[in-house]
Design a binder for this molecule. Structure first.
Ligand code: MN
Length: 307
């Protein structure tokens, strides 16, 4: 899935925090689906290498426009697709065709370049689309795709944790990571769950269901709770049973990134090149087996000014 990034130049920022801060996401739309974009947000462009978080849906069974995201390209990032309800079909330029359901992980690593398409195959549909910026070390590599359906679970006080990326003590995800990263789906019961965390990580909590208290901050679905660095325990309190949240974290990327449209790069020239290569259908982005219409890239504003 894809989402236009505004403003066009998104750089790595690191605003220090004294306490947990709740920030409201922005409402937008991707492939006919309502979206709350909680990262990037004001004053915070990345959480570790996590650089993009869209909450997709809900979309119900009578929705006239089911999720259909036609072939589009990516560079320099991994996409993490995590469904909460329904089913989606992923196809890509490597020849992959993969159904995904809740509890399973689709991890697509673009490297130098990949193109893919996604559509909802079962309704109602709800999910989370996340991007991870690749470091210099791997971002020029060949693309790859992983589907994982046996992810480790862990019981914490008042919560069941499913570790889809990275590790908690006693549960390590088999998913590939290029930098140290954590992605956990917490099913919360009423009470306080203490999540053990690495003090070297940037951390954030993304509520999916129910109002939560993270540290001293109230964070609701559609918002993100940004956590100060240096904590080794993250208290997450659910007011009621059936709370749910993602905990995201990782070591800082330590590299300035520039994001535009579906590309994560380091400067405008790299993005201009990727734009032209998608427009001109060069072999950087091979054909995607999909009945959906290809998505053309908007002209980058700095290129439009040249015409
Ligand atoms: Mn995409």
């Amino acid at each position: 899935m894809s989402g236009p990034i505004q403003p066009p130049d998104t750089e790595c920022e690191d605003e220090p925090l004294a306490r947990v801060e709740a920030r409201e996401g922005r409402s937008t739309e991707v492939g006919g689906l309502p979206v709350a974009r909680v990262l990037p947000t004001k004053g915070r462009r990345t959480v570790g290498a996590w650089c993009f978080v869209d909450l997709l849906g809900p979309m119900d069974a009578v929705d006239p426009d089911p999720l259909e995201v036609g072939p589009h390209p990516h560079i320099g990032l991994s996409t993490v697709t995590w469904l909460l309800e329904g089913e989606a079909i992923h196809t890509d330029s490597l020849g992959t065709e993969q159904a995904i359901r809740p509890g399973q992980l689709n991890l697509m690593t673009a490297g130098h370049g990949i193109a893919h398409a996604e559509l909802a195959a079962a309704l109602p549909f709800r999910g989370v689309q996340l991007w991870v910026a690749q470091p210099e070390r791997t971002r020029h590599d060949q693309a790859r795709f992983e589907h994982l359906d046996d992810l480790p679970q862990l019981e914490l006080d008042h919560a069941d944790a499913l570790v889809f990326v990275g590790a908690l003590p006693g549960a390590t995800s088999p998913a590939r990571t290029d930098t140290e990263l954590l992605g956990v789906d917490l099913q919360l019961r009423r009470g306080t769950t203490v999540v053990p965390t690495d003090p070297g990580y940037k951390l954030a909590v993304v509520p999916l269901e129910g109002r939560l208290k993270v540290g001293e901050a109230i964070v609701e679905p559609g918002w993100i709770g940004l956590v100060p660095t240096g904590v080794d325990e993250l208290p997450v309190e659910a007011e009621h049973d059936h709370g749910r949240a993602l905990v995201l974290g990782g070591t800082p990327l330590g590299e300035r990134i520039q994001m535009w449209w579906n590309f994560v790069a380091r400067d405008r020239d790299e993005i201009s090149d990727a734009y032209r290569q998608w427009r001109d259908r060069t072999d950087r982005f091979a054909a995607v087996p999909s009945r959906l219409e290809r998505i053309e890239a908007p002209v980058p504003p700095w290129m439009a000014a040249e015409d």
